[in-house]
Design a binder for this molecule. Sequence first.
Ligand code: PBG
Length: 322
Amino acid sequence: MFPTTRLRRLRRTGALRDLVRETRVTAHDLILPIFIEEGLDDPLLIPAMPGVSRIPERHLAREAEAIARDGVRAVMLFGISRNKDATGSDTLRGAGLLARMTRTVKDAAPDLVVMTDNCFCEYTEHGHCGTIGADGDVLNDVTLDALARQAVVAADAGADVVAPSAMMDGQVGAIRRALDGAGHDGVPVMSYSTKFASAFYGPFRAASGCDLHGDRKAYQMDPANAREALRESIEDEAEGADMLMVKPGLPYLDVLARIRAQTLLPLGVYQVSGEYAMIKFAAQAGALDEARVVRETLGAFKRAGADLILSYFTRDVVREGI
Ligand code: PBG
C-alpha cells in the first residue's frame, strides 16, 4: 500500500514505460477493408468516409501492390456491383466480381492475406443479405446453400480466408462442409459471429452502394443483447469457425471482453464505418487529435481481447507508424 507502493514509478515517459506496456498494436494485427467498383473509371471519394475512395476495378492490381508496399498485411474485399439481381447470383460465378477481384489482388500482391466478405447485400437489388421469401423475410436455409456455394467460388479464386457476414443460422457449418467438399480444407473461416443491427454501418451502406429496403433486424443482433452474443460465438465455434469477430467495435467492448473469456479462438473486431466517420469528422472540426485517438481506440480493442482488428485507418497507421 501507499506510500510503499507508488504506481507512478513505472509511468515515466521513455523505455521504462514501454517495458511495462501490456498491449501493443502492430501492422500484424490489422486488416484494411477496401471497396472495389466494377465499371468505374476514376477513384470515387466517399463523402461520409473522408479519406476513403472506391477503387475502380481496373486500378485494382496497382492499388493492391501499393497497399502491400505501404506495409499492409491483410485486406478485406467489398465489391460494388453493376450486376445486381434478386439473389446476388453474380457472386456465384467464377467470372463474377467477387471472384475477379479476389484473383486480381492475389496475383498482384501474393503476400497480402485476402479475406472475402461472404454475403449477398452488395449484389442484391433489395440490399438484403440473402434471398427474400414471400413474407419479405430473408430465407435462412435457401441463403445458407448459396453462401456455401459463394464461399467455394471465393476459395477457388484464391481467397486466404472467407468471412461470412450474412448472419444466417448455420452459415459457418454450411460453409465449412462446402469448402471441405471442394478440396479447400485448408481455407479458414472467420465468422462475423457477433454482428449487431447497428446504426454505425450508415456510411458503409453509401460506400458499398447498398440500397437497403427496410432494415436487417430480422437477422442481425439486437444491440441490447450480450448473452445472445455469447451464444452466437459458441455456436459458430462448434460449427467449425477458425476465428470469431465482434462488430461494431468501440460500443461493444464489453461483448468483446466477454467472448474473449469464453473462447480460445483468435478473436477479431471491426471498427466500422460509423466509428471511422466519427473520428474523422471530429478531427476535421479540430475537436480531436486524429492520430492519438486512432491509437487509443485500436489499443482499446487489444486491451479488451482482440487479436485482429479491421479498420479503415489501417493504411495510415501502418504507413505512419503506430
Ligand atoms: C455486409 C457488411 C456490412 C458491413 C460489413 N459487411 C453492412 C451491413 O451489415 O449492413 C459494415 C461495415 C462497416 O460499417 O464498416 N453484410
